[in-house]
Design a binder for this molecule. Sequence first.
Ligand code: DOR
Ligand code: ZN
Length: 346
Amino acid sequence: MTEITLPRPDDWHLHLRDGAMLAAVLPETARHFARAIVMPNLVPPVVTGAQAAAYRDRILAALPAGMDFTPLMTLYLTEETDPADVAAAAASGLVRAVKLYPAGATTNSASGVRDFEKVRPVLEKMAEIGLPLCVHGEVTTPSVDIFDREAVFIETVLDPIRRATPGLRVVMEHVTTKNGVDYVAAQGPDMGATITTHHLIINRNHILVGGIKPHYYCLPVAKREEHRLALVAAATSGDAHFFLGTDSAPHIDALKEHACGCAGCFTATNTMQLLAHVFEAEGKLDQLAAFASLNGPAFYRLPVNEGTLSLTKSDVPAQWPAKIEGAAGPVTVFDPGFPVYWHVKD
Ligand code: DOR
Ligand code: ZN
């Protein structure tokens, strides 16, 4: 196959930031993706429906004329979140999910949840109205090894929350382990998982062997090769539990190439080309539409996009800018480390 046409894809986990960074990165997503679930971990976080409405307006104001993109807004769950505010924001169609960050788990997660009992009324309201909870699935317990934090989260937090809240619809975001894939695949239709572009491509050796590669550092951190292989198998399986969430997370180079570098890989620009490469290598190009265009809308109970996106393969490697140069500073685009021959057709 040298050409493939999909319903226009969506990104079910994206960081757009704000201000100058938003202006720089939004076109990179809107070029290929019709919609994205927009993460609320701004400073300060997007906690209320009013804050989500204002953020959506800033995103739409930053969208270049002629580009077609719909931001799907999320609320940042805190121990003070008001169930009635969440319900009203969902009923209006503004908010499509609530994001749970365990406090301290990642970038701008200090206002996240410490005591899960405190958010029980919100979770019960969400189960009642069918609003998905997107979870950053890592414990923050200092004694738990960073490579084990996802597996421990599933056992000690995710599964207990789901058992205590029947009907709660949950997306395990950026799943990185075979443990996560196996857990999600064994659940019913109330459970889904996003998989990032970069976790399909790199394992932990790519970060650490031959010198530290700060642009491959993200959270959850990439795991052993056996876990990457489980992610590739899940993404290319067609299983409706799994859909694309790039977790494209821009940080300026000065903060990535730093003594205490920020977590995040920026993949908005080249995700579709990279996915075509990964799916073709598995002999599963026929499942790319399920992963990037169909399974996400089915989980979020939204229509599949009407437009299409076509990719063609040629013997010339695809090119993309090494960096996105915005007023906030340069952001390095994820480098897979191998040539990619799939091109998005204009
Ligand atoms: O690598 C990451 N970057 N993981 C996250 O969970 C947050 C994100 C960010 O906001 O930079
Ligand atoms: Zn994220």
